[in-house]
Ligand binder design. Structure first.
Ligand code: ZN
Length: 157
Protein backbone atom coordinates (compact mmCIF):
# COMPACT_ATOMS: atom_id res chain seq x y z
CA UNK A 1 0.00 0.00 0.00
CA UNK A 2 1.26 3.47 -0.84
CA UNK A 3 2.41 5.44 2.14
CA UNK A 4 2.12 8.91 0.64
CA UNK A 5 -0.34 10.85 -1.47
CA UNK A 6 1.31 13.28 -3.90
CA UNK A 7 -0.14 16.33 -5.58
CA UNK A 8 -0.28 17.81 -9.03
CA UNK A 9 -0.83 21.45 -9.84
CA UNK A 10 -4.52 21.96 -10.51
CA UNK A 11 -5.64 18.79 -8.75
CA UNK A 12 -5.37 18.84 -4.99
CA UNK A 13 -7.89 16.08 -4.29
CA UNK A 14 -6.56 12.83 -2.90
CA UNK A 15 -7.90 9.66 -1.33
CA UNK A 16 -7.34 8.48 2.22
CA UNK A 17 -6.75 4.77 2.78
CA UNK A 18 -10.45 4.28 3.60
CA UNK A 19 -11.39 5.89 0.27
CA UNK A 20 -12.48 9.25 1.66
CA UNK A 21 -11.79 12.05 -0.81
CA UNK A 22 -9.98 15.03 0.71
CA UNK A 23 -9.09 18.39 -0.80
CA UNK A 24 -5.61 19.51 0.19
CA UNK A 25 -5.01 23.17 1.21
CA UNK A 26 -5.03 25.56 -1.77
CA UNK A 27 -1.50 26.94 -1.14
CA UNK A 28 -0.13 23.57 -2.29
CA UNK A 29 -1.00 24.57 -5.85
CA UNK A 30 1.95 26.98 -5.89
CA UNK A 31 4.46 24.23 -5.23
CA UNK A 32 2.53 20.97 -5.59
CA UNK A 33 5.62 18.83 -6.12
CA UNK A 34 7.10 20.04 -2.82
CA UNK A 35 4.31 18.61 -0.71
CA UNK A 36 3.20 15.09 0.15
CA UNK A 37 0.66 13.63 2.53
CA UNK A 38 1.60 10.80 4.90
CA UNK A 39 -1.43 8.49 4.75
CA UNK A 40 -0.65 6.57 7.96
CA UNK A 41 0.00 9.62 10.16
CA UNK A 42 -2.40 12.00 8.35
CA UNK A 43 0.41 14.56 8.16
CA UNK A 44 1.08 17.00 5.36
CA UNK A 45 4.80 17.33 4.70
CA UNK A 46 6.67 20.13 2.95
CA UNK A 47 9.96 19.50 1.14
CA UNK A 48 12.78 22.05 1.39
CA UNK A 49 13.74 22.92 -2.20
CA UNK A 50 17.40 23.14 -1.18
CA UNK A 51 18.26 20.16 1.05
CA UNK A 52 15.13 18.15 0.11
CA UNK A 53 14.30 17.37 3.74
CA UNK A 54 10.60 16.80 4.42
CA UNK A 55 9.13 18.69 7.37
CA UNK A 56 5.74 18.16 9.04
CA UNK A 57 3.55 21.21 8.48
CA UNK A 58 -0.10 20.25 8.93
CA UNK A 59 -2.13 17.40 10.36
CA UNK A 60 -5.51 16.27 9.08
CA UNK A 61 -7.82 15.95 12.09
CA UNK A 62 -11.52 15.15 11.52
CA UNK A 63 -11.35 16.44 7.94
CA UNK A 64 -9.61 19.71 8.85
CA UNK A 65 -5.99 20.61 8.15
CA UNK A 66 -4.47 21.91 11.38
CA UNK A 67 -1.14 23.77 11.35
CA UNK A 68 1.53 21.90 13.31
CA UNK A 69 4.68 23.40 11.72
CA UNK A 70 7.78 24.27 13.73
CA UNK A 71 8.74 27.89 12.99
CA UNK A 72 12.38 27.15 13.92
CA UNK A 73 12.52 24.64 11.05
CA UNK A 74 10.41 26.27 8.33
CA UNK A 75 8.68 29.63 8.00
CA UNK A 76 4.92 29.88 7.52
CA UNK A 77 4.22 32.72 5.08
CA UNK A 78 0.43 32.98 4.75
CA UNK A 79 -2.80 31.13 4.10
CA UNK A 80 -2.41 31.73 0.35
CA UNK A 81 1.35 31.16 0.03
CA UNK A 82 1.81 28.37 2.54
CA UNK A 83 5.33 27.63 3.69
CA UNK A 84 8.69 29.03 2.62
CA UNK A 85 10.55 27.25 -0.17
CA UNK A 86 13.73 26.68 1.82
CA UNK A 87 13.96 25.42 5.39
CA UNK A 88 15.47 27.55 8.17
CA UNK A 89 18.79 25.71 8.31
CA UNK A 90 19.35 26.23 4.57
CA UNK A 91 18.46 29.93 4.88
CA UNK A 92 20.80 30.33 7.87
CA UNK A 93 23.62 28.72 5.93
CA UNK A 94 23.07 31.19 3.05
CA UNK A 95 23.05 34.15 5.44
CA UNK A 96 26.46 33.20 6.79
CA UNK A 97 28.84 33.74 3.84
CA UNK A 98 31.90 33.21 6.08
CA UNK A 99 30.82 29.62 6.51
CA UNK A 100 30.31 29.24 2.76
CA UNK A 101 33.84 30.43 2.04
CA UNK A 102 35.15 27.89 4.50
CA UNK A 103 33.16 25.06 2.92
CA UNK A 104 34.45 25.99 -0.51
CA UNK A 105 38.09 26.12 0.59
CA UNK A 106 38.06 22.61 2.06
CA UNK A 107 36.07 20.96 -0.72
CA UNK A 108 37.68 18.79 -3.36
CA UNK A 109 35.71 20.37 -6.16
CA UNK A 110 38.60 22.44 -7.46
CA UNK A 111 40.70 20.07 -9.49
CA UNK A 112 43.52 22.20 -10.77
CA UNK A 113 46.03 20.56 -13.02
CA UNK A 114 49.54 21.92 -13.30
CA UNK A 115 52.03 21.51 -16.09
CA UNK A 116 55.03 19.30 -15.27
CA UNK A 117 57.36 22.32 -15.16
CA UNK A 118 55.09 24.23 -12.79
CA UNK A 119 54.59 21.23 -10.54
CA UNK A 120 58.33 20.67 -10.49
CA UNK A 121 58.90 24.32 -9.60
CA UNK A 122 56.38 24.14 -6.74
CA UNK A 123 57.99 20.99 -5.38
CA UNK A 124 61.47 22.54 -5.43
CA UNK A 125 60.27 25.82 -3.93
CA UNK A 126 58.39 24.00 -1.17
CA UNK A 127 61.59 22.12 -0.30
CA UNK A 128 63.66 25.30 -0.25
CA UNK A 129 61.11 27.23 1.83
CA UNK A 130 60.34 24.15 3.92
CA UNK A 131 56.55 24.57 3.52
CA UNK A 132 53.89 22.31 2.04
CA UNK A 133 53.06 22.33 -1.67
CA UNK A 134 49.65 23.84 -0.88
CA UNK A 135 51.30 26.65 1.04
CA UNK A 136 53.78 27.14 -1.78
CA UNK A 137 51.02 27.39 -4.36
CA UNK A 138 49.20 29.93 -2.18
CA UNK A 139 52.44 31.82 -1.64
CA UNK A 140 52.96 32.13 -5.39
CA UNK A 141 49.37 33.22 -6.05
CA UNK A 142 49.62 35.77 -3.22
CA UNK A 143 52.72 37.33 -4.78
CA UNK A 144 50.98 37.62 -8.14
CA UNK A 145 47.88 39.01 -6.47
CA UNK A 146 49.86 41.66 -4.57
CA UNK A 147 51.46 42.85 -7.77
CA UNK A 148 48.34 42.35 -9.77
CA UNK A 149 47.67 44.71 -12.64
CA UNK A 150 44.91 42.73 -14.27
CA UNK A 151 41.76 44.73 -14.84
CA UNK A 152 39.16 42.33 -13.41
CA UNK A 153 36.19 44.38 -14.56
CA UNK A 154 37.52 44.62 -18.09
CA UNK A 155 38.28 40.93 -18.42
CA UNK A 156 34.88 39.78 -17.15
CA UNK A 157 33.03 41.47 -20.04
ZN1 ZN B 1 16.74 22.85 3.65
Amino acid sequence: MTQYAYFKKGNLDFLLEDGTKIAAPKFINKGAKNYRFHLKNNILEKKCIECETFLDVQKLIAGEFIDIHDETKIHYISESSGYQGKCKSCLNREQNPQENVHIRSVSDENNFSLTDENLNYIQILSLIKNISEDETLNFIVSIIRKHNRIEYKESIK
